[in-house]
Write a protein that binds this ligand. Structure first.
Ligand SMILES: [Fe+2]
Length: 148
Protein backbone atom coordinates (compact mmCIF):
# COMPACT_ATOMS: atom_id res chain seq x y z
CA UNK A 1 0.00 0.00 0.00
CA UNK A 2 1.46 3.32 -1.11
CA UNK A 3 1.84 5.87 1.74
CA UNK A 4 4.07 8.67 3.01
CA UNK A 5 6.59 7.57 5.67
CA UNK A 6 8.61 9.77 8.06
CA UNK A 7 12.32 9.17 7.48
CA UNK A 8 13.07 10.19 11.07
CA UNK A 9 10.77 7.89 13.08
CA UNK A 10 9.03 5.51 10.67
CA UNK A 11 5.56 7.00 11.20
CA UNK A 12 3.18 6.15 8.35
CA UNK A 13 0.72 8.87 7.27
CA UNK A 14 -2.59 7.24 6.37
CA UNK A 15 -3.96 10.30 4.55
CA UNK A 16 -3.04 10.96 0.92
CA UNK A 17 -0.54 13.78 1.55
CA UNK A 18 2.32 14.16 4.05
CA UNK A 19 1.43 16.12 7.22
CA UNK A 20 2.92 19.58 7.84
CA UNK A 21 4.68 18.09 10.83
CA UNK A 22 5.11 14.45 11.86
CA UNK A 23 2.62 13.88 14.72
CA UNK A 24 4.98 11.34 16.28
CA UNK A 25 8.42 13.06 16.16
CA UNK A 26 7.74 16.58 14.88
CA UNK A 27 9.81 16.28 11.68
CA UNK A 28 8.72 18.63 8.84
CA UNK A 29 6.85 17.47 5.71
CA UNK A 30 10.17 17.49 3.77
CA UNK A 31 11.25 14.47 5.84
CA UNK A 32 8.41 12.35 4.44
CA UNK A 33 8.92 10.09 1.46
CA UNK A 34 6.30 8.29 -0.55
CA UNK A 35 6.88 4.55 -0.53
CA UNK A 36 5.21 2.02 -2.78
CA UNK A 37 5.20 -0.69 -0.09
CA UNK A 38 4.88 1.52 3.01
CA UNK A 39 2.36 -0.78 4.68
CA UNK A 40 1.37 -4.34 3.99
CA UNK A 41 -2.03 -5.90 4.49
CA UNK A 42 -3.38 -9.31 5.43
CA UNK A 43 -3.51 -10.11 1.71
CA UNK A 44 0.20 -9.25 1.25
CA UNK A 45 1.15 -11.41 4.23
CA UNK A 46 -0.85 -14.35 2.95
CA UNK A 47 0.80 -14.00 -0.47
CA UNK A 48 4.30 -13.72 1.01
CA UNK A 49 3.85 -16.97 2.96
CA UNK A 50 5.72 -15.53 5.98
CA UNK A 51 5.72 -17.91 8.92
CA UNK A 52 5.72 -15.06 11.47
CA UNK A 53 2.48 -13.15 11.68
CA UNK A 54 2.48 -9.34 11.59
CA UNK A 55 -1.05 -8.11 10.93
CA UNK A 56 -2.55 -6.54 14.08
CA UNK A 57 -5.61 -8.33 15.45
CA UNK A 58 -8.06 -5.77 16.79
CA UNK A 59 -10.77 -6.66 19.30
CA UNK A 60 -13.14 -3.91 20.45
CA UNK A 61 -15.15 -4.20 23.66
CA UNK A 62 -17.73 -1.79 25.05
CA UNK A 63 -17.27 -2.98 28.61
CA UNK A 64 -14.25 -1.65 30.45
CA UNK A 65 -13.22 -2.76 33.95
CA UNK A 66 -11.17 0.40 34.61
CA UNK A 67 -12.91 3.42 33.09
CA UNK A 68 -16.71 3.46 33.13
CA UNK A 69 -18.26 4.11 29.73
CA UNK A 70 -15.07 3.74 27.75
CA UNK A 71 -14.48 1.53 24.75
CA UNK A 72 -11.57 -0.88 24.99
CA UNK A 73 -9.54 -1.64 21.90
CA UNK A 74 -7.22 -4.61 22.28
CA UNK A 75 -4.42 -5.08 19.79
CA UNK A 76 -2.36 -8.24 19.44
CA UNK A 77 0.34 -8.51 16.79
CA UNK A 78 -0.24 -11.61 14.74
CA UNK A 79 -2.94 -14.27 14.68
CA UNK A 80 0.03 -16.36 15.80
CA UNK A 81 1.87 -14.11 18.26
CA UNK A 82 4.89 -12.49 16.58
CA UNK A 83 8.29 -13.40 18.14
CA UNK A 84 9.99 -10.94 20.53
CA UNK A 85 13.69 -11.81 20.25
CA UNK A 86 15.95 -8.96 21.47
CA UNK A 87 18.42 -7.76 18.81
CA UNK A 88 17.10 -10.36 16.36
CA UNK A 89 13.47 -10.13 15.40
CA UNK A 90 10.72 -8.23 17.20
CA UNK A 91 7.83 -5.81 16.95
CA UNK A 92 9.36 -2.39 17.70
CA UNK A 93 6.12 -0.45 18.02
CA UNK A 94 2.50 -0.16 17.00
CA UNK A 95 0.98 3.15 15.86
CA UNK A 96 -2.72 3.68 16.40
CA UNK A 97 -5.12 5.91 14.44
CA UNK A 98 -8.72 7.03 14.67
CA UNK A 99 -10.26 8.25 11.40
CA UNK A 100 -6.72 8.29 9.96
CA UNK A 101 -5.53 10.72 12.68
CA UNK A 102 -2.57 9.50 14.74
CA UNK A 103 -3.53 8.90 18.38
CA UNK A 104 -0.68 6.92 19.94
CA UNK A 105 2.56 4.99 19.50
CA UNK A 106 3.21 2.07 21.84
CA UNK A 107 6.85 0.95 21.92
CA UNK A 108 7.85 -2.56 22.95
CA UNK A 109 11.01 -3.65 24.75
CA UNK A 110 11.31 -7.21 23.41
CA UNK A 111 13.09 -8.44 26.55
CA UNK A 112 10.07 -7.58 28.72
CA UNK A 113 6.93 -7.35 26.62
CA UNK A 114 4.73 -9.38 24.37
CA UNK A 115 3.42 -7.56 21.28
CA UNK A 116 -0.03 -6.77 22.65
CA UNK A 117 -1.69 -3.70 24.14
CA UNK A 118 -5.07 -2.35 25.24
CA UNK A 119 -6.27 1.22 24.74
CA UNK A 120 -9.16 2.99 26.43
CA UNK A 121 -11.00 5.01 23.81
CA UNK A 122 -13.29 7.91 24.69
CA UNK A 123 -15.25 7.53 21.47
CA UNK A 124 -17.15 4.59 20.09
CA UNK A 125 -17.27 6.07 16.61
CA UNK A 126 -14.89 6.14 13.71
CA UNK A 127 -12.43 3.97 11.91
CA UNK A 128 -9.81 2.47 14.21
CA UNK A 129 -6.51 1.42 12.67
CA UNK A 130 -3.26 -0.10 13.93
CA UNK A 131 0.08 -0.31 12.12
CA UNK A 132 2.67 -2.72 13.52
CA UNK A 133 6.38 -2.28 12.81
CA UNK A 134 8.62 -5.36 12.68
CA UNK A 135 12.37 -4.68 12.66
CA UNK A 136 12.85 -7.18 9.81
CA UNK A 137 9.60 -7.23 7.87
CA UNK A 138 8.26 -3.67 7.99
CA UNK A 139 4.77 -2.27 8.53
CA UNK A 140 1.44 -4.10 8.57
CA UNK A 141 -1.99 -2.53 8.89
CA UNK A 142 -5.40 -3.59 10.19
CA UNK A 143 -8.52 -1.41 10.28
CA UNK A 144 -11.86 -1.78 11.99
CA UNK A 145 -14.99 0.34 12.03
CA UNK A 146 -16.07 1.01 15.63
CA UNK A 147 -19.68 0.24 16.45
CA UNK A 148 -21.99 3.23 16.88
FE1 LIG B 1 8.68 -10.12 11.60
Amino acid sequence: MKKFVCKMCGYVELKDAPPEKCPQCGAPASQFEEKEDAVKTQEDETESGLKEKHVPEITVSGVCSMVPGCVDAHIKIGSVLHPMEPEKHWIMFVDVYLDREFISRIKFNPACLNPAVSLHLKSSEGEFAAVSHCNLHGNYIAQQQLAR
